[in-house]
Structures are given as structure tokens and as C-alpha cells.
Design a binder for this molecule. Structure first.
Ligand SMILES: Nc1nc2c(ncn2[C@@H]2O[C@H](COP(=O)(O)OP(=O)(O)OP(=O)(O)O)[C@@H](O)[C@H]2O)c(=O)[nH]1
Ligand SMILES: [Mg+2]
Length: 56
């Protein structure tokens, strides 16, 4: 997200929720567009990915 020198806007998103709410599932769905079998996260997950903007 936001390669150096690019004009693309960059965002940092903090995803919070109760245990087992589906945070990791959503994160990996957004990143890989696939549904993964997750295990309860110890600590936290950090991922970077490009998001296509809605061309309107
Ligand atoms: N039915 C249903 N189950 C979901 C959905 N999203 C996630 N799950 C299931 O909920 C369980 C917990 O999902 P996680 O993504 O590991 O939840 P989490 O919020 O990261 O949990 P912690 O890491 O323990 O905080 C898994 O068995 C997922 O398959 C959903 O949209 N619908
Ligand atoms: Mg998790």
C-alpha cells in the first residue's frame, strides 16, 4: 500500500474485536481474497496490501 513515490493514498487501519469475531479471517480475505482456516491469534497480525479504489 502506498509505494514510495506513488501518488496513491495510504491508510493504516486498526481492526479491533472480541476473541473469535473474525478479524483474522477478514484480514486474509481482504489480502488474498480467500477464506483461510485460522487459529486464535497470539498478539496481533500486521499485513500490508494494495486495495483497488472504486472507480466512479
Ligand atoms: N459463520 C462465520 N464464521 C466466521 C466468519 N468469519 C470468521 N468466522 C469463523 O470464526 C472463527 C474465528 O475467526 P478468526 O478470524 O480467527 O477470529 P479472530 O477475531 O481473529 O479471533 P482472535 O484471533 O482469537 O481474536 C473461525 O472459525 C472462522 O472460520 C463469518 O463471517 N461467518
Ligand atoms: Mg485472529
Amino acid at each position: 500500500m502506498g509505494l514510495k513515490g506513488s501518488k496513491l493514498p495510504e491508510a493504516r487501519v486498526l481492526l479491533l474485536g472480541l476473541d473469535g469475531a473474525g478479524k483474522s479471517t477478514l484480514l486474509y480475505k481482504l489480502k488474498y481474497n480467500e477464506r483461510f482456516q485460522t487459529v486464535p491469534t497470539v498478539g496481533f497480525n500486521v499485513e500490508m496490501f494494495d486495495a483497488k479504489s472504486d472507480s466512479r
